[in-house]
Design a protein around this ligand. Structure first.
Ligand SMILES: NC(=O)c1ccc[n+]([C@@H]2O[C@H](COP(=O)([O-])OP(=O)(O)OC[C@H]3O[C@@H](n4cnc5c(N)ncnc54)[C@H](OP(=O)(O)O)[C@@H]3O)[C@@H](O)[C@H]2O)c1
Length: 358
């Protein structure tokens, strides 16, 4: 039996749209139906690579199309809630880029999605790799109760023309862009209930006022803690994760984008999986647990999004809403701490303070 493919429209023609469009087009469960840009010519040149896809001017025209089942929102954070709420109101399912503007912003969207019985999923790729569910399933048997989680995620980046250096388009800068993944790892692997204390140190780009690095520690209830260190300034890519439990430790060295086939990397020979150690094991004794996948994690995200639209029930949709909301709540706490630091040390954050005192 052939199932009807979910018809997806993309809003925005930037970097991440060019990564996801081919995955949508090549999915067995979805197809690329339309692409909107604020500039029609940009949409037209974008769809030239995707036979059958229609170019549209403006998100509203894409959302209004009857043939569009779902909208993938690949805009800067500043535009996300507006586009998403219009799409949900019009009865379209939504795949939305991370981060959200705030937890309050996401809660408004999730209320709308619930009311309309629509799927609202954030576009975090790694949770769709079979490694994530494998590690979650085996975590208790391998390391006991998880107590502490550490992530380090740096990508060398210095293009001040990019939205990452624009505090209007991406208000949380590197914290929103990178610590999103740290907090999602907390939600997936540490699964804490409530945040009790937090301390964060940030670094700002003196020219743009954008946050370019952030390091912090979070304390949760029941003795769980998380540390994170993220940014654009390390001069090398690093994506390390460590989960320490009561009887062992699990690590990944590519937790955000697997080196095998996460976009940006394409190394068929590098296996994807995680490392287990316990006791006084040396590097020679560590066990590598491979978690193979025939499809890349971003291709699987599109398939899972389409599957949930076609077959998912309210309870399944709720799981995704809950994970996004928890991630954003912790990210908001990080951002609040960063703003406190900015107010306390004006010399380090000239632009930030100029904006607060016009
Ligand atoms: N999940 C991931 O792995 C991943 C990876 C990279 C980025 N992201 C996230 O995706 C978002 C976009 O990042 P990007 O690197 O793709 O940025 P980008 O290259 O600047 O693309 C964003 C696109 O959105 C449209 N746009 C810009 N300003 C807009 C506005 N004010 N209102 C409506 N549309 C606007 C533009 O397309 P038009 O000119 O055609 O309208 C632009 O090309 C960011 O929030 C980022 O954190 C996620």
């Amino acid at each position: 039996m052939t199932m009807t493919k979910v018809k997806i429209g993309i809003v925005g023609t930037g970097f991440i749209a060019t990564i996801l469009a081919p995955q949508i087009q090549s999915s067995k469960k979805a197809r690329l139906d339309a692409v909107s840009s604020r500039t029609l010519a940009k949409a037209e040149s974008f769809v030239a690579n995707y036979p059958g896809a229609i170019a549209v001017e403006g998100a509203d025209h894409l959302i209004a199309r009857d043939d569009v089942d779902a909208v993938y929102i690949a805009t800067p954070t500043s535009a996300k809630e507006d586009v998403a709420s219009r799409a949900l109101t019009a009865g379209k399912h939504v795949l939305i880029e991370k981060p959200l503007h705030s937890a309050a912003s996401f809660k408004r969207l999730s209320a709308l999605a619930r009311q309309k019985g629509l799927l609202l999923m954030d576009a975090t790729h790694f949770v769709h790799h079979p490694r994530t569910s494998a590690m979650r399933q085996r975590l208790a048997a391998l390391i006991g109760a998880p107590r502490s989680l550490h992530t380090m995620f740096y990508f060398p980046f210095s293009d001040r023309e990019n939205i990452r250096f624009d505090p209007i388009d991406e208000p949380m800068g590197a914290a929103g862009d990178m610590a999103w993944y740290s907090m999602r790892a907390v939600v997936e692997y540490l699964a804490p209930d409530a945040l009790e204390d937090i301390k964060v140190f940030a670094e700002w780009d003196p020219h743009s006022g954008a946050v370019i690095r952030a390091t912090g520690v979070l304390q949760f209830n029941a003795g769980k803690t998380a540390t994170f260190d993220v940014g654009y300034t390390a001069g090398a890519a690093v994506m390390e994760l460590t989960v320490a439990g009561t009887s062992g430790i699990l690590t990944q060295d590519d937790f955000v984008l697997d080196w095998q086939s996460g976009f940006g990397f394409d190394n068929p020979d590098i296996q994807t999986g995680f490392i287990h150690r316990s006791g006084l094991a040396t590097r020679n004794d560590f066990a590598f647990i491979e978690t193979p996948s025939e499809r890349s994690q971003h291709a699987l995200m599109i398939d899972n999004f389409a599957d949930l639209i076609r077959n998912g029930d309210a309870a399944e949709r709720e799981i995704w809403l809950s994970a996004t909301e928890k991630t954003q709540v912790f990210l908001d706490a990080i951002w609040q701490e960063i703003q406190t630091q900015a107010r306390a040390s004006p010399a380090m954050t000239p632009q930030v303070n100029m904006r607060e005192n016009p």
